[in-house]
Design a protein around this ligand. Structure first.
Ligand code: ASC
Length: 150
């Protein structure tokens, strides 16, 4: 093979192996997903306070929190699929591995609903955003019921 082709193959292998081995150790995957879930809960909670009326509704702040939750919504799933991470410092249930299709469907549903929430929040229609906030909260709850150890 020509050196350029060899270099190309080596680069391709490095890129592919990096994509499949995001986490050096299971503990890193657990820490990663817990960090993302912490951020989601923070920013979802700030919207929740406005939905409940315990803090005043501010369009820009609500939209910013919704956009952040939408961005974070795609991040944690690979870390959940990492083998061995149903044990250790985690509340993830092994049912994530046993019911992968259901888990992935729940993740996609959460992503779709957070994307809609971000759109509605941006439009400034607070009533619509509130209703959509409720749908996202249902996603949170049902996934926790099925996939989190009580
Ligand atoms: C939150 C949070 C959750 C969800 C869930 C929604 O703010 O930390 O786990 O909302 O309670 O039903």
């Amino acid at each position: 093979m020509k050196p350029k082709i060899i270099a190309g193959v080596v680069i391709a292998l490095v890129v592919v192996s990096a994509a499949y081995a995001q986490f050096a150790k299971p503990e890193k995957a657990i820490k990663y997903r817990k960090s993302v879930m912490f951020l989601i809960a923070q920013h979802f909670g700030r919207m929740g306070a406005m939905v409940k009326g315990s803090t005043p509704y501010e369009k820009a702040a609500f939209a910013k929190n919704a956009a952040l939750v939408d961005t974070f919504s795609g991040l944690p799933w690979e870390a959940f699929m990492t083998p061995g991470t149903d044990k250790g410092d985690t509340t993830m249930s092994a049912s994530v591995f046993q019911k992968q299709a259901k888990f992935k469907a729940a993740a996609r549903s959460f992503e779709a609903d957070t994307a809609k929430l971000a759109e509605m929040a941006k439009s400034g229609n607070f009533d619509a955003a509130k209703a959509q906030f409720g749908k996202v909260a249902k996603n949170c709850k049902s996934c926790h019921t099925d996939f989190r150890v009580k």
